[in-house]
Design a protein around this ligand. Structure first.
Ligand code: TMP
Length: 218
């Protein structure tokens, strides 16, 4: 899409219970107050077909799908989301704020699940095309804190934990390390957010990362 006016694409990433969804809402509101056209969306999901796949992949026993099958389901959902929601929004100049994207597959199915990174990277090459985040905020916090928050949230919302929340501490420690490794490998794209603080503190960090890194790029 070189040469056309294209919106910015910001992704929020991290483990369970990091508070990403709240911060997606707050950032969306702040950018809209500044007059920007903003589309807030999520993965897996964000289009009718991808939301149907979300139900399949998040519900049921932890071992309902193998990590390789999960990778394919995530990419089926992601491709539909890109074609129907993300790309049309970016092409009309909107900013897209997405709760999880391709780094979640690298970290959950790759780093924590053991799927070959070369396979995931080949899927990225074929299926993401040039839809790559301009900025990725990696929410980091101790695993026990995140899992306790996710559990409390599920209980208050009256639903069971998702397949991924029930995968055990060792899985979630590998997951945290995988996200931090992605951020360390791509410091130009990624900013690590300390998600252990309160909502206002995290909101300030998010705003500093967004305004600091994206304002000079139009
Ligand atoms: P969330 O809405 O709480 O973020 O739940 C989505 C779950 O799906 C979360 O446990 C992470 C998982 N997931 C993957 O395993 N791989 C992916 O590529 C994506 C987008 C999500």
């Amino acid at each position: 899409m070189a040469g056309v006016t294209r919106g910015r694409f910001i992704t929020f990433e991290g483990g369970e219970g990091a508070g990403k969804s709240t911060q997606v809402r707050r950032l969306t509101a702040r950018l809209r107050e500044r007059g920007l056209d903003v589309v807030a969306t999520r993965e897996p999901g964000g289009s009718p077909g991808a939301e149907a796949i979300r139900d399949l992949v998040l519900k049921g026993e932890a071992d309902r799908w193998s990590p390789t099958t999960e990778t394919l389901l995530m990419y089926g959902a992601r491709r539909d989301h890109i074609e129907r929601t993300i790309l049309p929004a970016l092409e009309r100049g909107a900013w897209v704020i997405c709760d999880r994207f391709a780094d979640s597959t690298r970290a959950y199915q790759g780093g924590a699940g053991g799927v070959d990174p070369a396979f995931i990277s080949a899927l990225e090459t074929y299926l993401l095309a040039d839809v790559r985040p301009d900025l990725t905020l990696v929410f980091d916090l101790p695993v026990e804190v995140g899992l306790a928050r996710a559990e409390a949230f599920a209980a208050s919302a009256g639903h069971a934990e998702t397949r991924f929340e029930s995968k055990g501490l060792a899985f979630h420690e590998r997951l945290r390390a995988a996200f931090l490794a992605i951020a360390a490998a791509e410091p130009g794209r990624c900013a690590v957010i300390d998600a252990a603080g309160d909502i206002e503190n995290v909101e300030t960090q998010v705003w500093e990362a967004v305004s600091g890194r994206l304002q000079d790029r139009g």
